[in-house]
Write a protein that binds this ligand. Structure first.
Ligand code: SAH
Length: 218
């Protein structure tokens, strides 16, 4: 990777860890562990992001800006980070501005509300540690344009969760495109990345009412 970009990502993480001392943005406080779990892991979905069509990128439930900020910096895509917790997005926006990271903005609100405002605009979406797969498909589908791709980061994925998502994917206008499993560099952290393509309009009106995707899952 271009050294200036990797420096920028490390500076971003360090600033987030500093803010984290008084604001709960991430559970991971140890620097070495954070570099692996936040930077390496965030960038592990880069091939799937780069394979998506050209256009803006949205990180769903971005929290402290992961995987959104590292992926935005490396891919060079215009990125929007979404989280309903205002103070998280305010802290992330501040750090992004202070470091002069270009092309990254934040939205402090619900994913469902963003879908009402900017439906069908995004070429690629990511989600890490947000919800089960079928819920991710429901939340992402209305935001993506046709051919757009949702990249899901999973630690463990049981067969039931995957089968349920596969059963619902066509109804939600989505289709599994790739599925890749690997270990992070510690040799023990399992990671699985699944990419779904928006192939058609969903069979129901999306987004459903705010909160329904997560509280009353299909
Ligand atoms: N992606 C980050 C954070 C994961 S925690 C990481 O991997 O480190 C999940 C985040 O999603 C929380 O910050 C929570 O506020 C946000 N979130 C959950 N449901 C949401 C919704 N419907 N709209 C917007 N943000 C949501």
């Amino acid at each position: 990777m271009d050294p200036s970009r990797s420096k920028l990502i490390v500076a971003y993480l360090d600033a987030i860890l500093e803010v984290n001392r008084h604001l709960n943005l991430t559970r991971i406080e140890d620097t070495a562990q954070a570099r692996m779990l936040h930077i390496e892991d965030s960038l592990s979905g880069l091939p799937e992001v780069e394979a998506a069509p050209e256009g803006p990128y949205v990180d769903l439930g971005s929290g402290g800006g992961f995987p959104g900020v590292p992926l935005a910096v490396v891919s060079g895509r215009r990125a929007l980070l979404v989280d309903s917790v205002k103070k998280k997005m305010a802290a992330v926006q501040l750090v992004v501005d202070e470091l002069g990271i270009e092309g990254v903005s934040t939205y402090d609100g619900r994913i469902e509300d963003l879908a009402l405002e900017r439906g069908g605009e995004f070429a690629v979406a990511t989600a890490r540690a947000l919800a089960k797969l079928s819920v991710l498909l429901e939340l992402a589908s209305p935001l993506l344009k046709r051919g757009g791709v949702l990249v899901c980061y999973k630690a463990q994925l049981d067969d039931e969760e995957l089968q349920h998502a596969l059963k619902l994917q066509a109804y939600l206008g989505m289709k599994l495109k790739s599925d890749r499993s690997f270990l992070l560099s510690d040799g023990e952290t399992h990671r699985r990345i699944l990419a779904f393509e928006k192939v058609k309009e969903p069979g129901l009106k999306l987004p459903r009412k705010v909160g329904f995707a997560q509280k009353r899952p299909l």
